[in-house]
Design a protein around this ligand. Structure first.
Ligand code: SF4
Length: 487
């Protein structure tokens, strides 16, 4: 049993049960492009250390502690609970623990893991004197060889949500109400073969949605499109559902938070399934009516460590775009690009060549994605800054009519991603028919592509990526035409 198991159990026993039967490995969101241990050893200036191995027990660790001041990945066990300390420094029976974080502002969200690890270490006879977190230094800009010292920061405090250092880590975990033996007593006697009944709590959904949500509440995927359960951002929808309110049109006005999106949803149900504010929509579209019209979508990978000059930790590397251009007579042309490794400048040059010199450029969620990426390119290549500024000024976010509650169709079922809307409009083409179904799949395929020596396989990877990103930019034309057809 690992600390992650205990944390799952404490979040929800049912989640713990499901996870025991589920061997799915999660996809590494960050591209971890270096050996992190070696880099941190360099940062901490450790010359001599013991490297723990999988399945080692307390005896191996005790022996290692006799011989070495520094232990990497040291394994400790207490009453069947196993933990691994990323980096441990000790003198006699006192030690400091070092954890690594991939966040540039590690917060007390990391406290539980640290608290449990420190408790298991102390149950093995060591006293923890201090706890540190080693995290990427966002100020570091790569130039030539990686500078491991500058790449990482070390802190003994957590950051708050505003990026300020606040709570001393060791003091914070010592002050938490925590009884390791009490929890282990319950867990060790828990019958993991018995499925607890699913009870919806704040831990099921929200910012960090439980991966087993659909398994626990399958009835939700079967509710009609206009169900009250599709009401976006509503904290009362379950309460209303339990009280017998089944449809958006019957919303209890006391429990209606009043967002534009909720208003659009309720009106859509009251008007037979669709709502649009004709005046607002036509005004908005009128601003962007010149031709040619461009529809563009980018794909990128997120790197823990800057792989190329000018980049910072947790910067992204753009590797693909798909651009559909629509002329006044309805003719559509398609241009696209996929690059490998440091293709930033090539991406930029090709995009500048491909994008028409005039006309609006639509992207979906442009502000949070494409425009940010172009700003990064401006920073890497200031010589293209003016050209890019001109392009950025023509970007328009096609998601805005949906985000602002100007348009809603109950078939969207409380969502407004490009995929959801595309699949609502076009039942002939679906992301589910593609080898690459979403952005994470695209990143995974691109990572494989970069390592692939087999030309046939590589060709297939390219085709899969072209098909996926091409559907994204084409879907925007379908969405745009639909909006026009509404008015
Ligand atoms: S969805 Fe809720 S009840 Fe189901 S496993 Fe997750 S947290 Fe537990």
């Amino acid at each position: 049993m690992h600390i992650s198991d205990v944390r799952k159990f404490l979040r929800c026993p049912r989640l713990y049960q499901y996870s025991l039967k589920d061997n799915q490995k999660s996809f590494p969101y960050f591209n971890i492009n270096i050996n992190v241990d070696e880099s941190i050893v360099d940062k901490l200036r450790i010359d001599n250390y013991y490297l723990g191995r999988v399945n080692e027990d307390n005896d191996n660790t005790a022996e290692a502690l006799k011989e070495h001041e520094w232990l990497l990945r040291a394994r400790f066990t207490y009453r069947g609970l196993r933990c691994r300390v990323p980096y441990l420094y000790h003198k006699d029976s006192h030690c400091d623990l070092y954890f690594s974080s991939y966040s540039v502002n590690p917060t007390d969200g990391e406290a539980d893991n640290i608290m449990w690890t420190a408790a298991v270490v102390e149950k093995n006879g060591l006293t923890v004197d201090n706890v540190y977190i080693i995290y990427p230094n966002k100020e570091y800009e790569r130039s030539g060889e990686l500078d491991h010292d500058a790449l990482w920061n070390i802190t003994d405090h957590f950051f708050n949500g505003n990026g300020h250092l606040t709570k001393h880590i060791l003091t914070y975990i010592r002050n938490k109400d925590f009884d390791i033996d009490g929890v282990l007593d319950i867990l060790l006697h828990f019958d993991s073969g018995f499925e607890e009944e699913a009870v919806r709590t704040s831990k099921c959904a929200g910012r960090n949605k439980c991966p087993y949500y659909e398994k626990c509440f399958p009835e939700e995927s079967r509710v009609p499109d206009n169900s009250i359960l599709t009401l976006m951002g509503s904290q009362y929808k379950y309460e209303m559902y339990r009280s017998g309110i089944r449809y958006l049109r019957d919303v209890n006005t006391d429990k209606f938070e009043g967002s534009q999106q909720q208003f659009a949803q309720i009106m859509a149900d009251r008007q037979g399934g669709r709502f649009f504010d004709k005046l607002a929509l036509s005004d908005w579209l009128k601003n962007y009516s010149g031709y040619p019209m461009s529809f563009i979508d980018f794909e990128w990978d997120l790197y823990l460590v800057p792989p190329y000059d000018g980049m910072h930790p947790l910067d992204v590397n753009l590797f693909q775009y798909s651009l559909h251009i629509m002329d006044e007579d309805g003719t559509v042309t398609h241009r696209q690009f996929i690059g490998e490794r440091d293709c930033r400048e090539e991406f930029l040059k090709r995009m500048i060549e491909d994008i028409p010199d005039e006309g609006v450029i639509f992207a979906y969620n442009a502000r949070g994605a494409e425009i940010l990426r172009l700003r990064e390119l401006q920073r890497y290549f200031p010589q293209y800054s003016d050209r890019l500024e001109g392009i950025i000024s023509r970007f328009v976010d096609l998601a805005l009519p949906f985000v602002n509650g100007v348009v809603y169709d109950v078939r969207m079922r409380g969502m407004y991603s490009l995929k959801v809307i595309q699949e609502m409009l076009d039942d002939q083409r679906s992301y589910h028919d593609l080898a690459v179904e979403n952005g994470l799949d695209a990143v995974a395929i691109h990572r494989l592509l970069e390592q692939c020596d087999d030309p046939e396989k590589k060709k297939q990877y390219y085709e899969d990526l072209y098909e996926y990103c091409g559907l994204d930019s084409y879907a925007m034309i379908e969405v745009y035409n639909w909006l026009i057809s509404l008015i």
